[in-house]
Design a binder for this molecule. Structure first.
Ligand SMILES: Nc1nc2c(ncn2[C@@H]2O[C@H](COP(=O)(O)OP(=O)(O)OP(=O)(O)O)[C@@H](O)[C@H]2O)c(=O)[nH]1
Ligand SMILES: [Mg+2]
Length: 357
């Protein structure tokens, strides 16, 4: 399952965001460093198509795609030298797939901490770049020695040297304009700033009107990265309500359908994740695949036997299927295609795999 790691200053709202997303109840508290070990939660990726399919098929259950979130302790300026809680817990997010910056904009004199999102971003980026520099320099040292006797290790050594050059200037790797091949080649070294980033600007209840104004400078600074203003506190409270009450509360507060659904959808897409669906009386289910995956690869997500014995995949896009009203009707109308192994699956395809083992 895809994982996101939260990075933020103390009291920026990381644990509150984690609770809002995962519906959990980890301790969010007024004092800094209230999180001392990582919380890991799972959030369902919203998908309106799924409930429509479930209704069409009269499914006994629906299963959403999901992603994981790791909430760790706050970072401060100097964490790399052991200030605050130090930066040891960055280890918990080295193997995540993307970084979520949680940047505080809400103002509350009773809760210590910086409420300038841009300033927070700069502190965090410096700390992450320094942590990566430390790790990259150590790995480079080892590899450089080993490469003397083994020329096959030289490309790796050169790559790490390139990363060290960038990081030494305090620049996160995601800002260095590295091409896709370099980014992929660096992946095995588990550098935090080599991952895609998105940011949540945590606004107060009294800042909802100014949401865009508060998010804009961060968006400009991160140069096109996904940046969203979210009133984390309200969303966390709304997350405690049941599915029927939540929309009422959110719309009464002027928050529309809430920011978390949008955030999850953005995060999911940022990683190049897509969804195909299966539907029947037993269940309707959303399955995650990487953009560009083939039908036979997607079959493997459902079951290895289906992948092994793959014959073909009956495929129809979700919307036409819903309009037809059933698989039978869709077949009669000629909407269902029979796709082979190499078919590139599209987001929203509904599939029925034919297989033989
Ligand atoms: N007024 C206000 N308070 C908030 C908001 N978001 C979070 N808080 C409060 O800020 C405090 C810190 O929130 P946490 O979620 O614990 O922050 P954290 O980033 O996990 O903090 P550490 O784990 O200590 O690094 C809590 O008392 C929250 O209730 C907000 O939008 N408005
Ligand atoms: Mg916390």
């Amino acid at each position: 399952m895809e994982r996101f790691g939260f990075v933020g200053l103390p009291n920026s709202g990381k644990t509150s965001l984690h609770n809002a997303l995962a519906g959990g109840d980890a301790v969010a508290a007024r004092h800094a460093f209230s999180t001392k070990s990582a919380n890991v939660g799972v959030a369902r990726v919203p998908d309106a198509r799924l409930s429509q399919l479930a209704e069409m098929s009269d499914s006994r259950r629906t299963v959403h795609a999901s992603v994981q979130f790791a909430d760790i302790g706050g970072l401060v300026s100097g964490s790399n030298r052991g200030e605050g809680l130090g930066n040891a817990f960055l280890g918990h997010i080295r193997d995540t797939d993307a970084i979520v910056y949680v940047l505080r904009a809400f103002v509350d004199p009773d809760i210590a901490g910086d409420d300038d999102p841009l300033n927070s971003l700069r502190v965090l980026e410096t700390e992450l770049a320094l942590a990566d520099l430390d790790s990259a320099a150590r790995q480079l040292d080892k590899l450089a020695r080993a490469a003397k006797g083994d020329p096959s290790l030289r490309p790796g050594r050169d790559l790490l040297a390139q990363a060290v050059d960038v990081l030494e200037n305090g620049v996160p790797l995601y800002r260095a304009g590295l091409d896709d091949d370099t980014t992929s080649a660096l992946r095995p070294y588990f550098l935090i700033t080599n991952k895609p980033v998105l940011a949540v600007v945590n606004i107060g209840e009294d800042q909802i009107e100014a949401a865009e104004e508060l998010a804009e400078p961060v968006r400009a600074e991160l140069d096109g990265a996904e940046v969203m203003a979210v009133c984390v506190q309200l969303e966390a409270e709304a997350a405690q309500l049941d599915d029927a009450e939540r929309p009422e509360m959110l719309s009464a507060l002027g928050l529309g359908s809430g920011a978390l659904d949008r955030f999850l959808t953005l995060a999911y897409h940022l990683l190049g994740l897509r969804t195909f669906l299966t539907t029947g009386p037993k269940e309707s289910r959303a399955w995650t695949f990487r953009a560009g995956a083939s039908a036979v690869e997607c079959a493997g997500a459902v079951h290895s036997d289906i992948q092994r014995g793959f014959i073909r995949a009956d495929t129809v896009a979700c919307q036409p299927l819903l309009e037809a009203g059933s698989w039978v009707a869709a077949r009669e109308q000629g909407l269902v295609r029979s796709e082979g192994k190499e078919y590139r699956v599209c987001d929203g395809d509904v599939m029925e795999f034919r297989f033989n083992v």
